[in-house]
Design a protein around this ligand. Structure first.
Ligand SMILES: NC(=O)c1ccc[n+]([C@@H]2O[C@H](COP(=O)([O-])OP(=O)(O)OC[C@H]3O[C@@H](n4cnc5c(N)ncnc54)[C@H](OP(=O)(O)O)[C@@H]3O)[C@@H](O)[C@H]2O)c1
Length: 449
C-alpha cells in the first residue's frame, strides 16, 4: 500500500498534481487492504442491551481484507479520507437489523454482486481519494482522477429506475447495504458513484459532506423533496448535526429562513456562525408525557416559540429526521399547506401524530431517501464552488473509527466526524489554495467544536 500512498503524496505541492497522479495507473494493486469491518459471528454481541449501551468501539474492527476484482462499470479507489455517517452507527450496533441480511440478499442477485456476501462487512458511505483502476466499460474516469464517491448503488436493469434512479428496485446504499465501503484504505464503487473532488478542500473535508449533503439537497431543494423556495420558513431539527448543518446552509443559500432546533448553547452558536438568526433550544421541551402519550400543550408551546421568532409565521417546511420523538410536533407546527419532509427516524420509526392537523390544514408528508446521481452531483458542485461548506469538526485515524462512531452514537459530536484512511495526516490534498483562502473561515467553522 505504501507505494500507492507515495505516488499520491507526489502530487502534494506539485505544479501539475494531475500529471503526478497519472503514475498510479502503472502501480500494482495490493492483494489486500485494511478496512473497518463488523463480523457476522458477532451480530448477536449486543443482544439484551439498551440501544444506548451498544458500543461501536467493541464491534468495529480494523482488519486486513482481500481486494475484490474490479468488475464491469466499477472503479477501485485509494481512499485518503472518509467520514462517519449514522448508517455506520446502525451497522455497528446491529440495529434495527444486522446488515449481513442486506449483503446476503444482494449476493443472490448475480455473479458480480456475489462478491459482497461475506462474513465481514467493510462499512462506510463516504470517500475522497484517487481512482486506481477502472473496470471494462468505464470511460468517464481513469486512474489518477481525484474523486469523491456518493453512496447510491443502482443496477438500473429495471424500467422503474429510469426517471429517478432512487426508484430502482435494486437501489442500495454503498457501504451499508453493499460491501467494500469507504472506511478503508481501498474501496470498490460503481463508476457512476464518482464525482470530482472539490479542489480547495483537504481529503477529509472533501469526504465529509457526501452522504448528508446529497440527502439534505434532495430532501429540501430538489423537486423530489420539499422544493424549497426563496422566503420559505424552514424548521430544521438537529441543525448543527450531519444532515442539519447542510440543510441550514441550503436554506440560507436559497433565500429561505432557517429556524434551527438544537440541544445546547454551543450548538446554537454553531448555527449562528453559519448565518442563521433563529434558534430554538429543544432541551426544555417534553413532547411525550410517557412512552405512549404525547403532550399537545408542548406542541403548542413549541409552535408559539417558532412564531415569536418568525414574526408570527409557521414553517413552510419541516426538515424531519429525529422521528418518533418529534414527529407529532413537526406535523402540528407546519404551516397550513406546508410540507413535512422526512428521511429518518433516529428516535424510533413508529411515528404518531394527530392526523386532524394534517388533513384539515392540507399539509403533506414527503418521504425522502439519499439522492440520485444528478442531485448528488449538484450538491457536490455547490461544495466545489464554495457555496456550501464542509462541517467537519474533527478527524480520527482509521484505527479509531470505533471511537468516531461512538461520538456520533452518543450525540457528543458537532457537524461531521472525519476519518483519515490512507492520508497520513490532516490537511493534505488541497489543489486550489486561492479558492480555499476565500472560504477558509467558513470551512473551519465547526473545527474542534
Ligand atoms: N435516508 C437517508 O438517506 C439518510 C441520510 C442521512 C442520514 N439519515 C438518517 O438521519 C438521521 C440523522 O443523521 P445525521 O447524520 O444528521 O446524524 P447526526 O449528525 O447525529 O445529527 C442528528 C441531530 O439530530 C438531533 N437529534 C438527535 N436525537 C434527537 C431527538 N430525539 N429529538 C430531536 N433532535 C434529535 C441532534 O441534534 P440536537 O441534539 O442538537 O438537537 C443531532 O445532532 C440518522 O437516523 C441517519 O441514519 C438518513
Amino acid at each position: 500500500m505504501q507505494h500507492i500512498l507515495d505516488a499520491i503524496m507526489q502530487a502534494e505541492g506539485a505544479t501539475d498534481p494531475a500529471a503526478e497522479l497519472r503514475a498510479v495507473a502503472d502501480l500494482p494493486v495490493p492483494a489486500s487492504y485494511r478496512g473497518v469491518v463488523v463480523r457476522s459471528d458477532e451480530a448477536e454481541m449486543f443482544d439484551g442491551l439498551a440501544t444506548r449501551d451498544k458500543d461501536p468501539r467493541k464491534s468495529l474492527h480494523v482488519q486486513e481484507v482481500p481486494t475484490p476484482e474490479v468488475g464491469p462499470g466499477e472503479a477501485l479507489i485509494a481512499v485518503m479520507g472518509s467520514a462517519v455517517n449514522y448508517n455506520t452507527v446502525w451497522t455497528s450496533i446491529f440495529e434495527p437489523v444486522s446488515t449481513f441480511g442486506f449483503l446476503r440478499r444482494y449476493g443472490r442477485l448475480n455473479s458480480l454482486s456475489r462478491r459482497h456476501d461475506l462474513p465481514y462487512h467493510v462499512v462506510g458511505s463516504d470517500a475522497a481519494g484517487v481512482v486506481l483502476k477502472v473496470g471494462p466499460g468505464v470511460s468517464k474516469w481513469k486512474p489518477g482522477d481525484e474523486v469523491v464517491a456518493h453512496c447510491l448503488s443502482v443496477e438500473l436493469e429495471d424500467a422503474a429506475g429510469h426517471d429517478d434512479t432512487m426508484l430502482d428496485p435494486q437501489q442500495r446504499i454503498w457501504g451499508f447495504e453493499t460491501n467494500y465501503g469507504g472506511l478503508a484504505e481501498l474501496a470498490l464503487v460503481k463508476a457512476n458513484q464518482l464525482m470530482p473532488k472539490p479542489a480547495h478542500l483537504t481529503w477529509e473535508e472533501a469526504a465529509c459532506p457526501g452522504l448528508v449533503n446529497s440527502t439534505a439537497y434532495r430532501q429540501l431543494v430538489s423537486h423530489h423533496g420539499a422544493q424549497m423556495k426563496q422566503g420559505d420558513i424552514v424548521l430544521i431539527w438537529g441543525a448543527s448535526g450531519g444532515l442539519g448543518s447542510y440543510a441550514v446552509q441550503f436554506a440560507l443559500n436559497g433565500g429561505a429562513t432557517p429556524v434551527c432546533v438544537v440541544s445546547s448553547p454551543q450548538k446554537a452558536d454553531l448555527c449562528r456562525a453559519m448565518g442563521a438568526e433563529l434558534v430554538i433550544d429543544r432541551s426544555s421541551y417534553r413532547f411525550w408525557k410517557d412512552e405512549e402519550t404525547q403532550d399537545p400543550a408542548e406542541w403548542r408551546r413549541f409552535g408559539a416559540e417558532i412564531r415569536s421568532l418568525t414574526g408570527g409565521e409557521d414553517p413552510d417546511i419541516v426538515f424531519e429526521h429525529p422521528g418518533r420523538e418529534t414527529f407529532g410536533a413537526s406535523v402540528f407546527v407546519a404551516k397550513r399547506g406546508g410540507t413535512i419532509v422526512t428521511c429518518a427516524s433516529t428516535s424510533g420509526f413508529m411515528h404518531q401524530y394527530d392526523n386532524r392537523y394534517l388533513w384539515m390544514n392540507l399539509k403533506r408528508i414527503v418521504g425522502s431517501h439519499f439522492a440520485n446521481y444528478r442531485e448528488a452531483w449538484e450538491a457536490n458542485r455547490l461544495i466545489a464552488r464554495g457555496r456550501i461548506h464542509p462541517t467537519l469538526s474533527r478527524s480520527y485515524p482509521l484505527e479509531q473509527t470505533g471511537q468516531a462512531a461512538h461520538d456520533v452514537h452518543r450525540n457528543t459530536h458537532q457537524g461531521k466526524v472525519g476519518v483519515l484512511c490512507l492520508a497520513p495526516e490532516a490537511g493534505l490534498g488541497v489543489r486550489d489554495p486561492q479558492l480555499r483562502a476565500r472560504h477558509e473561515q467558513a470551512i473551519n467553522r465547526f473545527r474542534d467544536q
